[in-house]
Ligand binder design. Structure first.
Ligand code: SF4
Ligand code: SF4
Length: 388
């Protein structure tokens, strides 16, 4: 079967952080050292070959870029300094833009100006909204729920959750259709030439298989366990940092978006209250994880921190600043400083909202969905093909 090729594709990929894939001469060394590469899903050599050929359709259908957990082993052993680990990262950025039907993700990744303006404009809109619609600023005590009633913020949060979910899930669906490929491959007739009964099908695969394997999605989403499959000390630390950021962020996201009435209260909860305890855990987890990654990238302390795309800085900076200003709001409440608390609260939301609106459906946070989704789909596909 012929595949469409585009020799200029490699130039386009430079915008996504793929610096020099053209130096690769396909020796296969990287695939040999990669502990996550398998016979059925070999990478990164094959993926880089698709990139060099400009075989965009093949790349779009490839699960391999999402099976790479960016340990950097391949880059350290590449004889041509082609930096295969960073190439895989750049391809993941590119694929994120291809799954996104709005085109916003592409703009965000290829234009620093758009990236900065999008963050500033959304942040300013939040600030302007507060300027016109905030509640009374009581100064005899910190009354955050009078200044910004949690019931109102909760409704706005739920609207935002609805919009973000539609965007993220529709993009996830596009990835799903791309990597599951032609439904006919799962529908081979039996030896008598008849179609066996398979029950209700989604893209040629019985729903029962999707349900039976769904545990894989939950497992990979909650444990990020593929990060430690490389078993190097450096990767164990990467896993730990990812787990801290992911768990901390998920807890805060749930509190803020669906449980704000319990999280944003005017009375200070007891230190033993589970909500306060989980809030402290999440704050520590995100602050430690993002600080570790920022310092690592500034020092270029390991292979995977040597090249940083502007979108990586945006993600880390927004997350770190959101957490830091959240701590300042908490300190303001503890020290009973009403005006400072209200102002910092507005700044906190001016950073947090762009972070959620841009990063969750269009940028780095999509990886949190796509990676476990691919692990899950690989199991589904394997089982569906075995059932043929
Ligand atoms: S990226 Fe490097 S190690 Fe991998 S196939 Fe190309 S030249 Fe060989
Ligand atoms: S970065 Fe690690 S997981 Fe990714 S292709 Fe290279 S060796 Fe494999």
């Amino acid at each position: 079967m012929s595949i469409g090729v585009d020799p200029d594709f490699i130039l386009d990929l430079k915008k996504f952080g793929v610096a020099d894939a053209s130096t690769c001469f396909n020796c296969g060394n990287c695939t040999a050292v990669c502990s996550l590469s398998t016979e059925s899903t070999p990478f990164p050599r094959k993926t880089i070959r698709y990139l060099q050929l400009g075989a965009k359709e093949k790349l779009l259908q490839s699960p391999e870029p999402w099976l790479c957990y960016y340990c950097g082993d391949c880059t350290e052993t590449c004889p041509r300094d082609a930096n295969p680990a960073e190439v895989m990262m750049g391809i993941r950025r590119y694929l994120t833009t291809k799954y996104d039907w709005t085109g916003i993700s592409r703009l965000f990744y290829i234009s620093k100006l758009f990236e900065v303006l999008a963050i500033l404009i959304i942040g300013l809109l939040v600030g302007v909204g507060f300027y016109f619609f905030h509640g009374p600023m009581l100064t005899d005590r910190v009354a955050l729920n009078v200044f910004a009633p949690n019931t109102v913020i909760e409704i706005l949060d739920l609207i935002m959750l609805g919009v973000l979910s539609v965007l993220l899930l529709s993009n996830g669906y596009r990835m799903f259709t791309a990597v599951t490929g032609d439904p006919a491959q799962y529908l081979l007739p039996d030896e008598d030439g008849k179609q066996p009964s398979r029950g209700f099908l989604i893209r040629g695969i019985p729903v029962s298989i999707y349900l039976a394997e769904f545990k894989e999605f939950i497992l990979h989403l909650t444990t990020q366990k593929q990060f430690i499959s490389c078993k190097t000390d450096s990767q164990k630390m990467q896993w730990f940092v990812h787990l801290l950021i992911m768990t901390g962020y998920s807890i805060i996201f749930l509190f803020v978006v669906v449980g704000l009435r319990w999280f944003q209260r005017d009375e200070i909860l007891s230190i033993w209250n589970p909500i306060r305890f989980l809030g402290y855990y999440s704050t520590f987890a995100i602050l430690y994880g993002t600080s570790y990654a920022i310092i690592g990238r500034l020092r270029k302390s390991k292979t995977v921190y040597k090249h940083t795309h502007s979108s990586d800085w945006a993600f880390l900076a927004l997350l770190w600043l959101t957490t830091f200003t959240g701590i300042l709001v908490h300190i303001g409440r503890l020290l009973e400083m009403p005006l400072s608390t209200y102002y910092i609260y507005v700044i906190h939301l001016m950073i947090a909202v762009p972070m959620l609106v841009i990063e969750v459906p269009f940028a780095k946070w999509t990886h949190q969905l796509y990676r476990p989704l691919i692990q899950y789909l690989m199991k589904v596909r394997e089982r569906a093909l075995a059932n043929n």
